[in-house]
Design a protein around this ligand. Structure first.
Ligand SMILES: Nc1ncnc2c1ncn2[C@@H]1O[C@H](COP(=O)(O)OP(=O)(O)OP(=O)(O)O)[C@@H](O)[C@H]1O
Ligand SMILES: [Mg+2]
Length: 226
């Protein structure tokens, strides 16, 4: 082959390669845009569900029915908190659940309207498999929700401490209050949900009922739920 023919061949190959890279870059851009769109839609849809439940609860006269709808709204919001953080980290397969706990704590504390109850957070960054994040978020929602709703009856003041730290094999969550304690109470739907989700997460749940105060500890192993 002459020098000229060889050069033309090299140029043609380089052009073909460039065209292929451009096509792949465009395909990647499209997929990324689709992913963001799906994430955006999912968040908006969850927000819509929460708004519908809020509207419904406002129309209910019956206090028990109103409370049930509000509690369900809080549970959906706990799942929505996970979705809000899903695409924020570098690797969507793992999520820093400390950020989720922070969001939930501020939402739930604000919803009580009880300034005499302080919420203290001692959170280390803990990256869990993203499949564990929604059940984990719901567990936090139930335990913290219980402390805020039941530990300080009347206008009793108090403190709820939420701790999260990473361990060699996983993570430990603690929700501790200095309220009235829960000896003698039978589990309702909230604690039943906590037990079921801890089984799903293969986490060990321990609840010291007090008095004084309730201490709940959840020990997670670092493996996604099956
Ligand atoms: N931190 C706490 N302090 C005092 N009492 C508690 C605490 N956590 C739970 N309890 C008691 O245990 C009971 C069962 O809790 P559980 O979360 O299962 O049900 P619930 O909070 O009553 O209803 P739900 O969670 O379904 O809205 C509560 O009604 C309450 O009496
Ligand atoms: Mg409860």
């Amino acid at each position: 082959m002459s020098d000229l023919a060889a050069r033309r061949q090299r140029e043609a190959r380089a052009e073909a390669l460039e065209a292929r890279v451009r096509t792949l870059e465009q395909a990647l851009e499209l997929k990324t845009a689709m992913l963001r769109e799906v994430d955006h839609r999912t968040r908006n849809n969850l927000q819509l569900i929460c708004s519908l439940m809020l509207l419904q609860s406002r129309r209910l006269q019956d206090e028990a029915a109103r409370r049930a709808v509000r509690t369900t709204l809080e549970r959906v919001n706990a799942v929505a908190a996970v979705q809000r953080h899903l695409l924020q980290g570098e690797d969507p397969r793992r999520l820093d659940v400390a950020n989720i706990v922070r969001d939930l704590a501020s939402d739930l504390a604000a919803a009580t309207g009880r300034s005499e109850i302080a919420v203290r957070l001692e959170l280390e960054p803990v990256a869990l498999p993203s499949a564990s994040a929604a059940p984990f978020s719901l567990v936090v929602n139930e335990l913290l929700g219980n402390a805020l709703k039941h530990a300080f009856p009347g206008e009793r003041a108090g403190l709820v401490s939420i701790g999260l730290r990473g361990t060699a094999g996983g993570a430990v969550l603690s929700v501790v209050d200095d309220g009235v304690g829960m000896s003698g109470h039978t589990p309702g739907l909230g604690l039943t949900i906590v037990e079921l989700l801890c089984q799903q997460l293969r986490a060990k749940l321990a609840i010291a009922p007090g008095p004084p105060g309730v201490q709940a500890t959840v020990r997670l192993a670092d493996e996604p739920p099956g």
